[in-house]
Every structure is written in C-alpha cells, then in structure tokens.
Design a protein around this ligand. Structure first.
Ligand SMILES: NC(=O)C1=CN([C@@H]2O[C@H](COP(=O)(O)OP(=O)(O)OC[C@H]3O[C@@H](n4cnc5c(N)ncnc54)[C@H](OP(=O)(O)O)[C@@H]3O)[C@@H](O)[C@H]2O)C=CC1
Ligand SMILES: N[C@@H](CC=O)C(=O)O
Length: 413
C-alpha cells in the first residue's frame, strides 16, 4: 500500500481528493499498487467530508512518517512550500506540485535533491493546468532541439480578454467571475500583471533549454492597461489581443524571453484559444510546430495533472523520471531592449494624416489602422524595430503633441 499526503485543500487540493476517491480503482490499476491518502495538511478544518479524519495541521507528521512515500504540494506560494518540499525530498519522499511559483524559483535546486535521493519531483500541473505539456516536452519531444515556445499560458487573463472582446464585459467584472470559478491566483495581480505566465514560460524554457531561467530576468507586462479600444484596433488589423509568453533560443544559446500582451493574427492557431483555455506552441527542429490545447486552470483539470504525477511517482518508485535542468550562474537571457519586434500604437490627434506622417518620421514605414467609431485618434502598426527605438519614438510622438493611448507588440505567429 502506497501512502500519500496532500498539502493544501483549496481549489486544486479538494479536486485532487475528489479525483482520487472517484477514480481510485482505475488509478490503482494504472499505478500497479494500492494507494491511500493518509494525511491532508491544511490551515482550516473541513468537517462533514467523507475523509474529514485525514486532516492535520502539523507538517512534521508528514515528513516524519516513513510510510508516506509521495507528497502532493498544492498549497501555493514560495514559503513555506519550498521548505516543506525540500524536507520531503531530503526525507526520501517523491513530491508532485502544481505550484509554478515554487518550480520557477527553485526548480533546479529541488530537482538536484530529488536526483541525489533517487526520488521524483514532478510538476505537470504547474503549466497549462490539465494540458499535458511538461511530460511531452521533456519526453515525447526529447529528440528535438527546441527553438521556440510561445503560448497563452494564463487562463484567468485569457478568460478576461475573451469576456471583454465577446461581451464587452468590464475588466473588473470578468476578473471577479474568474475568481469565483477558481481560476485566479490567491493574489490575482499575479495573473493580471503577467507574473503567473512568466513563471510558466520560465519552467518551459528551463526544460527546453536545459538551464534555469529565472523569472526576475524576464521582461513581463500584463493586461491591466489593455482597453476595449485596443481590442477594436486589433480587430481592424485582422487579429486579437492575447497575453503571450514566448521564449526563443539563438544560435549562441542566448534566450530571448518575454511576457506581454500582443496582437496575434486571426489566422494564428493561438487566436482561437478562448475563455480559460491555454494554447502552447512548441517549435522543434524535427517536428516543426506542435500545439497543445486545453483548460489551463480550474479544480478538476488541474487535479487531473496532479493525480497523474502521483501515479507516475508510484509506478516509477526508485527511478528518477523528472525533467532536469541546471542552475546557471551566468545569465542566459538577452536584455529585451536588444531585441526587435513590430508594435501597434494608438495616439490622440486632431488630424490623422499629420499624426501618421510624424509616426513615419519616427518609426519608419507604418500601416494605418482605422476604427470608424473612434474619433480624435488614430492607430498604426510599425515594421520590425528595436525595443529601445520603439520606446524613444513613442516618447518623441508624445513630445510632438500626439499622446500615446495604447502600445502593444505585434507577433507573426
Ligand atoms: N486554481 C487553479 O486553477 C490552479 C492553481 N495552480 C496552483 O496550485 C496551487 C494551489 O492553488 P489553489 O488550490 O487555487 O489555491 P487555494 O488558495 O485555493 O488553496 C491552497 C490551500 O492550501 C492551504 N494552505 C496555504 N498555506 C498553507 C500552509 N502553510 N499549511 C497548510 N495549508 C496551507 C490554504 O489554506 P487557506 O485558504 O486557509 O490559506 C488553502 O486551503 C497554487 O500554487 C496555484 O498557483 C495551478 C494550476 C491551476
Ligand atoms: N491562475 C492560473 C491558474 C493556473 O495556473 C491561471 O489563471 O492560469
């Protein structure tokens, strides 16, 4: 009998218990072992559940119990999750987690401990909720050199943008709904400001490129400044606005990585990824583009990935099967200011032609965008230019009397 401990009984943790008890027979069959949840650690009490007797409040009970072989950490946050996970691994227990903050910050260190102890540290649920992406990237695509990964990695912001685009719903109402549905992080700033997507693209890039990419080295911009007017200009351009995380490795091994809202063409596979769904494009040198799609957040989709990792730990007891990357001292990430991309801008003006002439002078050739219902302003899309040049040119537009009302990157996916 394999004894398991669950740390956290919130949205994901309660889903893990639900999936485990509902599908226990098939789960045990797939794991090849009988399994039981011995403890559930949480700060609160949960009376009236069929498994209410499992709840404990002291982590020491779990770490000191040799019968507990696999621990699922679904509490979230960096502390005390890091200390708890580290101690479990050091005690010879395999750990699975849905906690991207933990993996993005401490993945290399925890993987090194797991490898040394010959236990597993798995985190399929940390990216893309219920979408299988970590295992395919690490195992099924292992024969490829991965050149690029780009995707919609945050369910909450994609849900908000979809509600804004399709229903004209106010940002705050859409966020409230995402929180009620259990999609958002405890502090939704992490979703809205792109921090959650940044953690996820860091995890994917670390697996793909074999070295730890730290969130603090990644330029990150969220969707809080996106307006319904920007949405209309994107439509006039022939696309939609999405929050995109992307990472690309050049021939020297340097990584360009960024999270920001972006115009994506209506024909792009990412354009049709709506609601809480995530879509992740992986470009391999042998496979070409492979796209992963599914529910990126929510109780049961995420729990599905956590329980699958638990099964893997049980089935592969004594075999290290986790993805692996090393912590690197030198920074592998290129300064985003040294990279190039196209931009959409929206400026206030009395005469659109004059504003567009000024834009040409400052940005080079531009493509005008017109939304008939919006007066006293004009939108345009630049060619590929340097990030720094774009920043300077936008400032110069303002100095010339054309206040910038919106500025979003334009992608060619
Ligand atoms: N919700 C989602 O759709 C997804 C979430 N994730 C990740 O999964 C993790 C959990 O998310 P979610 O379930 O939504 O979060 P919740 O806040 O709903 O659940 C966390 C639970 O853990 C408990 N907890 C927190 N700290 C401790 C502690 N020190 N000791 C014991 N219990 C503790 C909390 O108690 P209390 O409420 O009293 O603080 C709460 O019950 C996060 O890392 C999140 O980023 C990943 C993919 C999708
Ligand atoms: N808050 C996250 C939850 C899953 O990672 C999201 O909205 O994607």
């Amino acid at each position: 009998m394999f004894q398991i401990a669950l740390m956290g009984h919130g949205v994901v943790g309660s889903g893990v218990a639900e999936v485990f008890y509902k599908n226990r027979k098939s789960i045990e069959k797939r794991a090849g072992q009988e399994m039981e949840i011995k403890y559930i650690l949480d700060l609160r009490d949960f009376p009236g559940l069929a498994y209410s007797d499992k709840f404990i409040k002291d982590f020491e009970t779990i770490v000191n119990d040799d019968e507990v072989k696999v621990v699922a950490e679904v509490m979230g946050g960096l502390h005390p999750a890091f200390e708890f996970v580290k101690r479990c691994l050091e005690a010879g227990k395999s750990v699975v987690t849905s906690n991207k903050e933990l993996v993005a910050a401490k993945g290399a260190e925890l993987l090194a401990i797991a490898k040394a102890k010959n236990v597993n540290f798995l985190f399929e649920a940390s990216v893309g909720g219920g979408i299988p992406i970590i295992r395919p990237l690490h195992q099924c695509l292992a024969a490829n050199e991965i050149d690029e990964i780009a995707g919609i990695l945050n369910g909450t912001t994609n849900f908000i943008l979809t509600k804004m685009i399709r229903e004209g719903m106010a940002f705050s109402d859409a966020l409230k709904l995402a929180q009620e549905l259990g999609y958002a992080e405890k502090d939704p700033t992490a979703d809205v400001e792109g921090i959650d997507a940044c953690r996820k693209i860091c995890i994917l890039a670390s697996i793909a490129f074999g070295k730890h990419i730290y969130p603090e080295h990644v330029y990150t911009e969220g969707i809080s400044k996106i307006t319904l007017e920007d949405v209309s200009y994107a439509e006039a351009w022939g696309g939609v606005i999405k929050l995109i995380g992307r990472a690309k490795r050049d021939e020297n091994g340097k990584v360009t990585i960024m999270v920001s809202p972006a115009f994506v063409s209506g024909e792009s596979q990412l354009a049709s990824v709506s609601d809480v769904f995530n879509g992740i494009l992986v470009r391999g040198d042998a496979t070409g583009d492979v796209v992963f799609y599914g529910k990126g957040a929510g109780k049961l989709p995420t729990a599905s990935a956590v329980v699958a990792d638990v099964i893997d730990c049980v089935k592969n007891w004594g075999i290290f099967k986790a993805p692996f990357w090393v912590a690197e001292e030198d920074d592998a990430v290129l300064d985003y200011k040294d990279t190039e991309i196209a931009f959409y801008l929206r400026v206030r003006c009395d005469e659109a032609d004059k504003a567009l002439n000024k834009a040409k002078e400052l940005f080079g050739e531009v493509t005008p965008l017109r939304v008939p219902s919006l007066t006293g302003e004009v939108g345009f899309v630049t060619g590929i230019i340097g990030e720094e040049q774009a920043q300077k040119a936008a400032k110069a537009m303002e100095s010339a009397g054309y206040p910038v009302l919106g500025k979003v990157r334009v992608l060619d996916y």
